[in-house]
Design a protein around this ligand. Structure first.
Ligand code: PLP
Length: 640
């Protein structure tokens, strides 16, 4: 496309590939702003991110913020349940679907409450993997028909709590992760005379592909081997508790990228279920765990950040796969349980952060006019500029300029050229590189050394957020998350950038971006306009990212804005709740500091200077208040 053609939103769609990863929840609006369409069944319903940002500013809430779209959570809960219901009908499957949401994926109370509420009509339940999570689900999963599944390692207290839930009439299932837990459970159940519902987790031989493949196979941390499953079943029988054994569980990993792993796991699990049935253990449930993936990079592939299947295909493979084996083995179709977390929560939240500056290698320039007696290295570099106009071989210019720059640095260290001369040479060098880069755009072949030009010349946009708090997995495991500007998508984005955060850590950066054509190390963004705010959205952060952040550099949790769309006006929304992020005194207290004491001691120092006459009393009061206000303030940069 020519540089002068008008840039349209469809060019932006091609560039950023929003529709490829947004599952219908986000799209570029005709006005060039990103829009959210939180209910995929209602195309009318759409919210402009810009309106949300304006509203947040009006309420005096500081950025960065986490936006939570409750309608998206509800949509995803409905989508998963409806897909199972429909597929079960289509397949003539005799069992039911009873999904649970694993709270570890996002434990925020508002998220859990919304999921429980949206899932109530489907009897959708909760899963817990630790004592704290169990205490949570006990209080929140109150629908007597919905399941509560307990995974993770368990102590005596954990088991007693689960039996309390049985007393309260809950369908709570204790999944045994290792053999000794079973002995403990049987002992306590007998002591309290309460019948537990027991599940056994199989280690399975199938492994998922991708980053969490260790969740299955011989070396899996959780679960029982086939031998242990048989032993466990026989043990329960000998204790007169065979009827308590109701569920077979497996979970071969999160973010399963390849549908073949799902198919394999279902057929292996279905066989184990059937064999147990033949042995006389008539289970009611097969729990196929989590793993339903998210297409973070929009490639529909087996990349770690993608998946080669849709929700509908996943559900079909679970339902039809189970039916096929059960029919062959002539055993009843069990109730199907899934523990999808990522797929339920990933889309519903995003981080909105402001670009607060630009960092560029060639941002400052020296005067480069010819001077009398200038050093030959300066002259040589200037000659390269002239050669740009006449010489065909751009690679030679690139090589020579690079060499002169290196020589200049050595010459500077040997005190042969001055600091100013070195700066002049650098200025000329970057002018040459910018020129070469422009001419490379139309070149058919780009020599290897010159391929890094784009990256070396790219800007770094400084973004007011912390990678460690808001996108931990991009740092820890190279997870890619889609990032796009929230406005100006009807303008050509002509600055290629990577992103750096405001932590004092050089790992605090993002240089892998999802674009329509694939993963890129730079993100095309717009030139910053003076006096105009420029916001980015980082998407699909609702699963794990939201709750895994750490406090590197004492940047704390973000302000959160919870958004609902209006039923009667599809273009309107309301902020249902604001959850204030960490203040400086919050994060200091966590690190054992005492902010009250700190304020008092700084006040004492200021008072001493006042009595020495070095600070005027009125000024001293101002400084004292200022320190105290900063302690109560937000941990991120204040931009307005
Ligand atoms: C983490 C976990 C899940 C959730 O997996 P997703 O891939 O997020 O759906 C489900 N079950 C168990 C046992 C888990 O540990």
């Amino acid at each position: 496309m020519s540089k002068t053609a008008k840039w349209t939103i469809s060019d932006s769609e091609k560039l950023y590939g929003v529709k490829r990863w947004s599952s219908g929840y986000f799209e570029i609006g005709p006005n060039g702003n990103l829009h959210v369409t939180p209910d995929v069944t209602n195309a009318e319903m759409r919210i402009d991110f810009n309106d949300v940002i304006e509203e947040i500013k009006e309420e005096g809430i500081q950025f960065p913020v986490v936006l939570r779209f409750h309608d998206i959570l509800r949509s995803q809960v409905a989508l998963l349940n409806e897909t199972f219901i429909k597929t079960i009908q289509d397949a003539g499957y005799q069992g039911q679907y009873r999904g649970v949401y694993p709270v570890k994926v996002n434990q925020m109370r508002e998220v859990v409450e919304e999921i429980v509420d949206a899932g109530n009509k489907y009897n959708y339940g909760l899963e817990a993997g630790s004592k704290a999570e169990l205490l949570t689900v006990l209080a929140y999963n109150t629908n007597p028909e919905a399941l509560t599944i307990l995974n993770g390692y368990k102590d005596e207290e954990f088991i007693r709590l689960s039996l309390l839930a049985r007393k309260l009439g809950r369908k709570i299932i204790v999944v045994i992760e290792k053999y000794s837990e079973l002995l403990l459970l049987v002992k306590i159940a007998k002591e309290l005379d309460i019948d537990p519902i027991i599940g056994l987790r199989s280690k399975m031989t199938v492994k998922g592909k991708g980053k969490w493949e260790g969740s299955g196979g011989d070396r899996a941390k959780f679960g029982l081997t086939n031998t242990e499953i048989i032993q466990a079943a026989r043990y329960l029988e000998s204790e007169g508790m065979a009827d308590c054994f109701k569920l077979l569980h497996f979970h071969i990993g999160s973010q399963l990228t390849d549908i073949r792993a799902v198919k394999d796991a279902i057929s292996e699990g279905a066989m184990i279920y059937s064999e147990l049935h033949h042995m006389g253990f008539k289970l009611d449930y097969v729990d196929v765990g989590g793993g339903l993936g998210i297409d973070y990079d929009g490639s529909k592939s087996t990349n770690d950040s993608s998946r080669n299947y849709s929700i509908a295909e996943y559900v079909a493979d679970v339902v039809f796969g189970m039916k096929e084996v059960c029919d062959l083995e002539q055993v009843p179709h069990p109730t199907l349980v899934t523990e999808s977390g990522r797929a339920i929560t990933a889309h519903h939240s995003c981080v909105v952060a402001q670009i607060v500056g630009e960092i560029r290698a060639n941002s400052a320039e020296m005067e480069t006019d010819v001077e009398e007696h200038e050093h030959i290295l300066v002259t040589n570099m200037r000659d390269q500029i002239r050669l740009l106009e006449t010489q065909e071989n751009l690679q030679e210019i690139f090589n020579d300029a690079s060499q002169y720059k290196e020589q200049a640095i050595s010459a500077f260290k040997l005190r042969v050229i001055s600091f100013e001369e070195l700066a002049k040479i650098e200025t000329l060098y970057w002018q040459i590189m910018v020129n070469l880069q422009e001419r490379m755009q139309s070149a058919e072949f780009i020599p290897e050394e010159m391929q890094e030009l784009d990256y070396n010349l790219s800007s770094q946009y400084l973004c007011n957020f912390s990678v460690f708090q808001s996108a931990a997995d991009t740092w820890a495991i190279d997870q890619v998350l889609p990032i796009v500007p929230l406005s100006r998508m009807n303008e050509r984005p002509n600055v290629n950038c990577s992103l750096v955060d405001i932590t004092c850590d050089s790992d605090g950066k993002i240089d892998q971006f999802v674009l329509g054509k694939g993963i890129s190390d730079v993100l095309p963004m717009h030139k910053l306009n003076k006096g105009e705010d420029y916001y980015l959205g980082m998407f699909l952060t609702g699963a794990y990212q939201d709750v895994m952040g750490d406090m590197h550099n004492l940047f704390g949790r973000l302000n959160e804005v919870h958004i609902f769309s209006h039923d009667d006006d599809p273009l309107d929304f309301y902020i249902e709740e604001v959850v204030t992020g960490s203040s400086v005194d919050n994060v200091l207290s966590i690190m054992q500091y005492n902010p009250t004491f700190m304020a008092a001691s700084v006040k004492k120092l200021i008072d001493a200077k006042i009595s020495e006459g070095e600070i005027k009393p009125r000024e001293g009061v101002k400084w004292t208040d200022f320190y105290e206000n900063c302690l109560k303030g937000y941990t991120y940069l204040k931009t307005s």
